[in-house]
Design a binder for this molecule. Structure first.
Ligand SMILES: Cc1ncc(COP(=O)(O)O)c(C=O)c1O
Length: 464
């Protein structure tokens, strides 16, 4: 897809409702009606594979993986028993094992594909609870002491949801302070653990993040592993985003400490271009998922010489979408080295983009420098570009926050670039571009900056 093609033909919800005239008829309209419906869907949807779709942490799609997704749907299998999904079961087991190898986890460890990392994190909390407090599997939270989990204040909300979902409760998810780079402070973690213990609470899990959603920051994984080992707390790593560094010999050293995790979740559908959803939950110890989740439903799981291959015993799901074929085909066609090369290219691109912003007075950087795939910044309206650093007061940042929203909305509706924004820890909203589309090349850096600056000039014309 070329960069001068629009990402979306924008219409507001009312206009789009009128344009689409969606309806579900009583009497069938035949398969022919599908063609116009597909045309309409393609015409008005957002093209997330466009190189300038920076809005979310997923974007481009690897063609081999796409073929895998199509074939998967055509075969309509469910991966729970070996008898219904023999090939997929072996494929999934191989991917789990090879992923353990990449992360440096024991090769006989446990693992399974989950429908996204939020579910992976939920399953990790359930597992940490069921394995450490086995009675909770039978009697629920009645049998548990007051359990708490520790994550950074920049961690994904999936942990909070898992605390709600498991019955630990929202307040049991303790948010530990981060440093200026957005990485969990180990000192603050130690203090939070001590405070919880003083109150009679029992630490259930430390959840480190490897690639935070906004900054793309990597927590000090090795130091956090030390804390977890010292206090004997389950150590989970949310590697949804930068976990993909594991495929690259060059980038993998940045994950040092991840090999000590009791469990981790990793989204291959973020930085690796596998279609949504493709997400692994990996565990250090063999058998922990089954011990946590199996209820041995007799109508489905039969005791025979294939039982060890009935992977459905490991999950909280019943019917389960096959996510392994698209990963297998992508890995097979690109090779680990091909995936690594693309990923290293993305990381280099982010650094190039960051350097270009640094040199441009219209940009004020927030992540300095980016650690993985995200670059965060304010865009300074024309009239404010001369304000000196020491004069940048709250009113200045309020103006920048307003400009973020105005510029973003105008550019999104033009359909030229999709980028997201957010406030963070009380700041005014700033831009976050997440840039790991394999189609991005050096020449795009200035084009992207050009699109943003052209909109600044349009919305904030220089006064004469
Ligand atoms: C760091 C991090 N963890 C977890 C998640 C949740 O992943 P999923 O969308 O697959 O549920 C996200 C989503 O963006 C994320 O950024």
């Amino acid at each position: 897809m070329k960069t001068d093609e629009h990402l979306v033909e924008y219409h507001n919800p009312k206009e789009l409702t009128d344009l689409l005239s969606l309806s579900l008829p009583e009497k069938g309209e035949g398969l022919e009606s599908a063609f116009s419906c597909i045309e309409q869907t393609l015409a008005y949807s957002v093209r997330t594979g466009h190189p300038y779709f920076f809005n979310q942490l997923f974007n481009s799609v690897d063609p081999a993986a796409l073929v895998g997704e199509w074939v998967t749907s055509a075969m309509n299998a469910s991966i729970y028993t070996f008898e219904t999904a023999p090939v997929f079961t072996l494929m999934e087991m191989l991917i789990v094992k090879e992923s353990h190898r990449l992360f440096g986890l024991p090769l006989d460890g446990d693992g399974i594909f989950t429908p996204g990392s939020s579910i992976g994190i939920l399953m990790a909390v359930i597992m940490a609870r069921n394995i450490q407090f086995p009675q909770t599997r039978i009697e629920g939270m009645r049998a548990a002491p007051p359990l708490v989990i520790f994550v950074s204040e920049d961690s994904h909300y999936a942990f909070t949801k898992a605390a709600i979902g498991t019955g630990l409760g929202l307040n049991a998810c303790r948010k530990v302070k981060v440093d200026k780079f957005g990485r969990m402070s180990v000192e603050a973690l130690e203090i939070a653990i001590a405070e919880a213990r003083e109150k009679g609470e029992v630490p259930l899990m430390i959840g480190a993040t490897c690639g935070t959603t906004v900054y793309g920051a990597i927590d000090p994984l090795d130091e956090i592993a030390d804390v977890a080992a010292k206090h004997k707390i389950w150590y989970h790593v949310d590697a949804a985003f930068a976990g993909s560094f594991c495929v690259s010999d060059k980038l993998r050293p940045r994950l040092k400490g991840i090999e000590r995790a009791d469990s981790l979740n990793w989204n291959l559908h973020k930085a690796l271009g596998i279609p949504l959803q493709s997400s692994l939950l990996l565990c250090r110890e063999a058998g922990v998922l089954q011990r946590s989740n199996s209820t041995a439903a007799a109508y489905l799981f039969h005791s025979n010489d294939e039982t060890a291959y009935d992977v459905g015993q490991k999950t909280i799901q019943c019917g389960r979408h096959v996510d392994c074929l698209k990963v297998y085909l992508s890995w097979k066609s690109n090779g680990r080295l091909g995936l690594a090369e693309s990923l290293e290219g993305s990381v280099a691109f982010v650094q190039e983009f960051y350097q270009a912003c640094l040199a441009d007075p219209a940009f004020l950087l927030v992540t300095d420098p980016p650690e993985s795939f995200n670059c965060c910044f304010y865009v300074i309206p024309t009239q404010l570009q001369g304000v000196k650093e020491e004069d940048r007061d709250p009113a200045f940042f309020q103006a920048l926050g307003k400009a973020t929203i105005a510029l973003r909305e105008a550019i999104r509706r033009d359909g030229t670039l999709f980028m997201n924004y957010q406030p963070q820890r009380g700041s005014e909203p700033f831009f976050r571009l997440t840039m790991h589309n394999f189609l991005l090349k050096s020449e795009h850096v200035h084009e992207i900056i050009g699109i943003i600056k052209a909109k600044v000039a349009e919305l904030y014309p220089a006064q004469v």
